[in-house]
Design a protein around this ligand. Structure first.
Ligand code: ADP
Length: 485
């Protein structure tokens, strides 16, 4: 892997704690593998709770001075960090592709997306405005100021090894918080590369640490139980989110939670079918179906069901699967064999209950965790894909008749992250966008993620928002000051 990089020093394999590059005290490491090839690409330190505690303590010290700087001063460093990310986009993309498996073009796209949060929130550092409120008595003056929460701990998944971290650390650092990141054990290298560039950009020592560790629950406990930590920000499954919320309740810690989704993707009979297919390809198959906003249930109105199924099948059939580091591949492998087995289970369950596999449906001839992009028709509510996130390249097509029916079905889930629909009638568009119980709605588009908009879910998909000025608020406390004159 090192040989592929223009700047091999970006491939850091020590952890970054309190401004120092460190190994585990007992020398313990864990392996990082390339899911496309199965080979070990690096070994990184397997840190402990004590290391996390050290990072937290250092962040608390660094945070005071960092918060005292002006927004403009923090913005200047974040701008440099952004510039360095973009200047090293190719190398960062290669590292990401190698540890996670998404195709190189998509990996580089994630670096640009990840960097956009550093850029955007850095700019926003200058605009942490307060408020003045007319007093309730003649001698009273009321002001509201916004202050950084303090030390923030983050836990992130493997599916966006770069952007899930920047989306959290960018607003946190912009407003003056300290930040301790624990990346997924599958993908620590992208996080460490970010730290290399953070250091080069001039982020002060200790303000940003990366705890590489395979001991997820130990680190999670330290993050929740250490009284210095004032906020936990998590992206991952609803199941683990619940565990962390319970743990964080002990010290009434503020939490941001980006949890699971079960996105409906609805195609009405007045939709532009070609555009709907294009949107479904992006929404369903981006990152090989491994994003929390991926379409999980595709509902197609009866009148256009067969035509849509044909067109989607044709579009999926044109794609290629392979090692993401090679050119012109649209789909990489799944992250691991567990992920592959879940996909297989969902397909087997659907088949047993009467669904038809019109494309794919089996492991790919490349072996390992490669899977054929799959289209299923005749899918019904009795099948597991209705209620569980597949997190893989399977497009299940449900048939529906009326608007009312499909809205009820779309909302019949504990989740409420992303939703999508395609239609042209303006009345229908207005009704449906208002009735979908989701934090995000894509209307005639399958791609909604951007740093300028508030990303997040309702119901059991989470708490809080990331991106946009709303994303800043999640890292700020407001303080009301009542002055008697
Ligand atoms: P995914 O399916 O994306 O792996 P998870 O919710 O299982 O979703 O994991 C998301 C992140 O949370 C990963 O970095 C994982 O290591 C971490 N994690 C899993 N269990 C715990 C836990 N009990 N405490 C803290 N972190 C955890």
């Amino acid at each position: 892997l090192r040989d592929l990089l223009k700047d091999p020093s970006l491939l850091a394999t020590q952890a970054y704690v309190a401004g120092e590059w460190v190994d585990a005290a007992d020398g313990a490491t864990f392996e990082v593998t390339n899911p496309a090839r199965g080979d070990v690409i690096a070994r990184v330190p397997n840190l402990t709770r004590a290391d996390a505690a050290r990072a937290i303590a250092a962040a608390a010290v660094a945070q005071k001075e960092w918060a005292a700087r002006t927004g403009k001063e923090r913005a200047a460093i974040m701008r440099k960090w952004f510039d360095l990310m973009m200047a090293n986009q190719d190398d960062l993309g290669i590292i990401l592709c190698a540890e996670m498996g998404k195709p190189l073009a998509e990996a580089k796209g994630e670096i640009a997306y990840g960097a956009s949060f550093i850029e955007w929130f850095g700019e926003e550092a200058k605009r942490v405005y307060g408020e003045t409120i007319p007093g309730h008595q003649r001698d009273k003056r009321i002001t509201v100021i916004k202050q950084p929460i303090g030390v923030v701990a983050s836990i992130t998944p493997w599916n966006f090894p770069n952007a899930m971290i920047t989306r959290k650390c960018a607003p946190a650092l912009a407003v003056g918080c300290g930040f301790v990141a624990r990346p997924a054990a599958e993908t620590p290298l992208s996080a460490l590369a970010l730290a290399v560039l953070a250091e080069r950009a001039g982020l002060p020592k200790g303000i940003f640490s990366v705890i590489t560790s395979a001991r997820a629950s130990d680190i999670g406990k330290e993050f929740c139980e250490n009284p210095i930590v004032r906020k936990l920000t998590f992206t991952g499954s609803t199941e683990v989110g619940r565990i962390l919320l319970r743990q964080a309740a002990e010290q009434v810690m503020k939490c941001s939670m980006e949890l699971g989704g079960n996105a409906p993707f609805i195609v009405f009979d007045d939709a532009d079918l070609d555009k709907a297919v294009e949107g479904a390809m992006i929404s369903k198959f981006r990152n090989n179906g491994q994003t929390c906003v991926c379409a999980n249930r595709i509902y197609v109105q009866a009148g256009v069901y067969d035509a849509f199924a044909e067109k989607l099948k044709a579009a999926v059939a044109k794609t290629s699967v392979g090692d993401g580091l090679k050119d012109s591949v649209q789909f990489g492998p799944l992250i691991n064999m567990d992920a592959l087995e879940k996909v297989e289970e969902h397909i087997a369950d659907a088949k047993a209950k009467g669904a038809k596999v019109v494309l794919g449906g089996a492991r790919h001839e490349l072996g390992g965790s490669f899977f054929q992009p799959t289209v299923l028709t005749g899918v019904t509510d009795a099948m597991a894909v209705t209620s569980e996130e597949t997190f893989g390249p399977v497009a299940p097509l449900f048939k529906f008749d009326t608007e009312e029916e499909v809205i009820a079905k779309a909302n019949d889930t504990i989740f409420g992250l992303a939703s999508y629909f395609y239609a042209r009638d303006i009345g229908r568009i207005t009704r449906v966008q208002e009735q979908l119980e989701y934090g995000m709605v894509g209307v005639n588009t399958g791609l909604i993620s951007t740093e300028v908009a508030p990303f997040g879910g309702v119901k059991q998909s989470g708490l809080g928002r990331e991106g946009s000025h709303h994303g800043m608020e999640d890292y700020l406390e407001m303080k009301y000051i009542c002055l008697s004159v």
